[in-house]
Write a protein that binds this ligand. Structure first.
Ligand SMILES: [Zn+2]
Length: 349
C-alpha cells in the first residue's frame, strides 16, 4: 500500500525564531519518539474522515471565458504548465454565498464533483481560510504531496485526500485563528507558543514522525487526529492502542479550534479570505494586482512562482457570464496566512 511519509519541513523564519526560548523543548518537537504504531493516515484515518465528515452540498460551473485567478496562473506556470492547461471551476457551497474558484489540471483523475465534495467535507471554519484550490500532477510537485502558501492550497491529483486537506487547513487555522489568552488578538501562531509546547511536554510521544519535524507540523498532524477524534464515533482511541501517549497534542488542538472545526458548531462563513484577482489565462502577460496581499510576509521566501513580484495593473472581468465574487456584508476579509508549508512524501511499497 501507498504510505505517506513526509520528509522535510520548511519553517517560516519569523515564527521559528520563538522556538528557542528558555523552557522550550527545543527547536523542533523531536525530544520524543513518534507514537508507535503510527496513525495510518492514508488508509484508516482517511476512511474515517471521508465517511464521517458531513458533506456540504455544492454546485459548480466551469468557466469558459478564458480567465483564471492570478494566483493559480502564477503557481501553475512556476511548475511549467500553461494556465490554459487548467479548468477553472467555480464551486458554491450551501454554507457560504461566496464561491471558491478552483483550478484543476485538465485530465486529472480527480473530477470536478470529487474536487468539490472532498473540499466540501472540510468544516467551513477551515474552508473559509482558503482562497483557491489547485490540482496538479504529483510528477510535477513531487516530493511534495501538497502545499499551502498565502492561503492557496495546491494538492497533487494523487493525494487529493481528506487528511491532506485537514493537515494543510490546520496550517491555515494556525495562521489565522486567535487562541484567546495565548496568541495576540486577531492573530494566529498557536504552534509557536509556549502553551502549545507545554502541552506537548505532557505527552510521551509525538503525534507522528512528521510531527517531530517542526512545531507547525506538530500542530497540523495533531489536527488530523483531532478532527478524526471529533467526527468518528469512538475517536482516535479506536485506531491506535497507544493514543494516550500523544493525547495532549490533539486534545490541545480540539480545545483551541473545536469551535471552528466541529461540524454543526460553526455553520456559515464569516471571514472568508479574498480571492486573488482574476486575469486572462492565455496571453502570458502580467495582469491583476496584489492589493489583498500587500505587506504580508507569508509568501516572501517560499513562493517559487514569484507571484507577487513586478508591477501589475488592475484588470476587470470582460464577460457578463462570470461575475467576480464581491465582498459580502458581514464577511470580514482577513490577511493571508503566516505560514508557508510544504508536505513532502515518498512512496513505500
Ligand atoms: Zn505541513
Amino acid at each position: 500500500m501507498m504510505q505517506l511519509i513526509p520528509l522535510l519541513f520548511l519553517p517560516f523564519s519569523a515564527f521559528a525564531a520563538d522556538a528557542g526560548n528558555p523552557g522550550d523543548p527545543g527547536l523542533a518537537p523531536n525530544t520524543m519518539p513518534a507514537v508507535s504504531p503510527e496513525f495510518d493516515f492514508d488508509n484508516v484515518v482517511e476512511k474515517g474522515l471521508r465517511e464521517h465528515l458531513p458533506l456540504t452540498s455544492s454546485t459548480f460551473k466551469v468557466w469558459d471565458n478564458g480567465m483564471i485567478p492570478q494566483d493559480c496562473k502564477h503557481h501553475v506556470e512556476s511548475y511549467g504548465y500553461r494556465a490554459t492547461d487548467f479548468e477553472v471551476v467555480e464551486v458554491t457551497y450551501a454554507d457560504c454565498e461566496k464561491p471558491w474558484i478552483m483550478c484543476r489540471l485538465k485530465g486529472s483523475k480527480t473530477d470536478n464533483t470529487r474536487m468539490a465534495e472532498t473540499f466540501g467535507r472540510m468544516p467551513i471554519g477551515m474552508r473559509e481560510l482558503v482562497k483557491h484550490v489547485m490540482i496538479m500532477e504529483f510528477d510535477k510537485m513531487k516530493p511534495a504531496a501538497a502545499y499551502s502558501v498565502a492561503d492557496i492550497i495546491a494538492i497533487s491529483d494523487e493525494f487529493y485526500m481528506h487528511h491532506i486537506f485537514t493537515h494543510e487547513l490546520s496550517h491555515s487555522l494556525d495562521s489565522h485563528i486567535e487562541v484567546p489568552g495565548v496568541t495576540p488578538p486577531n492573530s494566529g501562531g498557536f504552534s509557536s507558543t509556549k502553551a502549545w509546547k507545554d502541552m506537548f511536554d505532557e505527552d510521551t510521544a509525538a503525534i507522528s514522525e512528521y510531527g517531530r519535524s517542526g512545531w507547525p507540523e506538530n500542530l497540523a498532524d495533531s489536527g488530523v487526529v483531532a478532527l478524526f477524534d471529533i467526527v468518528v464515533p469512538g475517536g482516535a482511541g479506536t485506531i491506535n492502542p497507544n493514543w494516550t501517549s500523544c493525547f495532549h497534542q490533539y486534545a490541545n488542538y480540539k480545545t483551541a479550534y473545536g469551535h471552528v472545526v466541529t461540524p454543526g458548531v460553526k455553520l456559515n462563513c464569516t471571514k472568508r479570505v479574498d480571492d486573488s484577482p482574476i486575469v486572462q489565462a492565455g496571453d502570458g502577460k502580467s495582469n491583476g494586482n496584489t492589493t489583498d496581499e500587500g505587506g504580508d510576509s507569508s509568501d516572501s521566501d517560499g513562493n517559487k512562482g514569484g507571484c507577487h513580484n513586478g508591477t501589475h495593473a488592475r484588470v476587470g472581468i470582460p464577460t457578463r457570464r462570470i461575475s467576480r465574487p464581491r465582498p459580502l456584508a458581514g464577511i470580514k476579509a482577513v490577511h493571508s496566512g503566516i505560514f508557508h508549508n510544504v508536505t513532502f512524501v515518498h512512496r513505500v511499497q
